[in-house]
Design a protein around this ligand. Structure first.
Ligand SMILES: NC(=O)c1ccc[n+]([C@@H]2O[C@H](COP(=O)([O-])OP(=O)(O)OC[C@H]3O[C@@H](n4cnc5c(N)ncnc54)[C@H](OP(=O)(O)O)[C@@H]3O)[C@@H](O)[C@H]2O)c1
Length: 441
């Protein structure tokens, strides 16, 4: 018999969950009309579920609990929305829901990237829908575009500005010459950065999103530890200003997942790097805290996606689109024709990664103003096999202050660049942290 009602349990009433609950409750009639069956918010689960449900004005029909197990064990619940954040408890919740054959919607890139294989495997075993649009780039429908819009195409590359915090900071440094530490404080004040912004600044958050995108592209799990990563710490406004003036390039933290088809098994090139983009590059035109993705597909060509990568409204919009997709799948049943093809793939061994394509790099060192300093740096790089395309020493600031020495290398493998910059940084004439930026090829 055709199901008449799809029950939803929403777990986590924080920034995203509150807005998702509000929109789901307010739009229930519209959503139900679209589905041709009642879409019912059956449960909200949160440590403060009762208080939050009251504040949101949810009706008495919506049950509330601090314990998600109550909702997952309720047979009237067909879809569980995980908006707790974190790893251990959401993992238990998602596994329990999938094992019971319930659809899952999650915005949790940390959980997905670390447990892709386990969770997609669990979904395939029961045919349960698993949706995660909000886990990458918030309100931008990139996952749906890759899974559905480009389903008939071969997507070879995705490059993205995937972290709003670092993007906001880089833009502030570029536009107002704001020093790094001050730009971080400004991002915190405006709500772009968390109290502890480490996982944003060191590229970990972007690497989780690259891992999800890479797993989708490869059809195999790309563990986040396989994504080479560098954050934005160490970059100064002077680096950006010089690169804009002299190289006609500006810096963005770019996450890349690119399929390299060599041999029978495709390899994935996957990294997060502060990258110098030509000023007219699509991703260079993205400013402020927004996200953007550039997708290269065999038949569709180059596509650009742009929008809010976080925030209650955009993220809740993506969550609810997933709830509607999952509800339609619940209604059609796990054995409906075409269902198997729409499930994310992930079985077998994790995908293999390809070494990063050789690239030119910008390096900046703070060097004591002593005779022969430039020759020693050039000699160290040359000995290690890194050739220099360009070198520039700023005017000495006077006194005993170190002078910035800026170099642009010819294209070289990243491992070589890392060895060479480490050797230069260890020279006694070099002081303080240095900068290393990859040039977009
Ligand atoms: N915020 C965004 O803009 C954004 C954008 C994209 C994706 N996401 C993802 O969306 C998810 C939710 O993010 P958020 O910003 O909404 O998080 P949040 O504001 O911290 O909300 C999480 C809520 O879940 C509750 N909770 C956590 N674990 C629980 C448990 N075991 N039992 C009961 N309640 C529990 C928390 O209660 P306590 O506060 O008491 O712990 C809190 O109310 C995360 O995975 C995040 O990465 C967020």
């Amino acid at each position: 018999m055709q199901k008449k009602t799809v029950g939803v349990a929403l777990c986590g009433l924080g920034t995203v969950g509150r807005e998702a609950a509000r929109l789901l409750w307010a739009g229930r009639a519209r959503f139900s009309a679209r589905l041709g069956a009642e879409l019912r918010l059956a449960w909200v689960c949160d440590r403060q579920a009762a208080r939050e449900a009251r504040a949101l004005g949810l009706g008495a029909s919506v049950r509330r609990s601090a314990d998600w197990r109550q909702a997952v064990s309720d047979p009237s619940v067909d879809i569980v929305v995980e908006l707790f954040g974190g790893h251990d408890e959401p993992r238990r919740l998602v596994r329990a829901a999938l094992a019971a054959g319930k659809g899952v919607v999650t915005a949790n890139k940390l959980l997905l990237s670390r447990r892709w294989d386990e969770l997609t495997g669990a979904a395939r075993r029961t045919g349960a829908p698993l949706h995660f649009e909000a886990a990458v780039a918030g309100g931008i429908p990139i996952i749906r575009s890759l899974r559905d819009g480009l389903a008939a195409d071969r997507v070879d590359e995705v490059h993205g500005i995937l972290n709003g915090t670092t993007h906001f900071i880089l833009t502030a440094m570029a536009h107002a010459c704001t020093p790094f530490a001050e730009a971080v404080r400004e991002a915190q004040r405006l709500g772009y950065a968390e109290k502890d912004p480490t996982l944003d600044l060191d590229g970990t958050d972007a690497a989780h999103k690259v891992a999800v995108l890479g797993s989708l592209l490869a059809g195999r799990w790309l563990p986040p530890g396989s994504v080479a990563r560098q954050g934005i710490t160490g970059i100064e406004p002077g680096d950006i200003a010089w690169c804009v003036a002299e190289l006609k390039r500006t810096v963005r933290l770019v996450g890349t997942a690119a399929v390299r088809r060599r041999g029978p098994r495709p390899l994935l090139e996957a990294h997060v790097r502060p990258t110098l983009l030509p000023l007219l590059h699509h991703l260079a035109g993205v400013h402020g805290g927004h996200n953007a993705l550039l997708v290269r597909a065999a038949s569709a060509g180059v596509l650009m996606f742009y929008g809010a990568g976080a925030g209650a409204g955009p993220t809740a919009s993506a969550v609810l689109a997933d709830v509607l997709a999952a509800a339609a799948e619940v209604l059609s049943g796990p054995d409906a024709p075409g269902r198997a093809g729409s499930l994310p793939q992930g079985g077998g061994a994790p995908c293999l990664t390809a070494p990063e394509a050789p690239a030119a790099h910008y390096l900046r060192f703070m060097v004591k103003d002593v005779p022969g300093a430039l020759a020693r740096i050039a000699g160290t790089l040359g000995r290690l096999g890194v050739s220099i395309a360009r070198v520039h020493q700023d005017d000495p600031p006077g006194g005993s202050k170190p002078v910035p020495v800026r170099l642009v290398t010819h294209a070289a493998p990243r491992a070589l660049i890392d060895r060479a910059r480490g050797a230069v940084a260890a020279l006694p004439i070099v002081t303080g942290p240095h900068a290393c930026l990859r040039l977009w090829p």
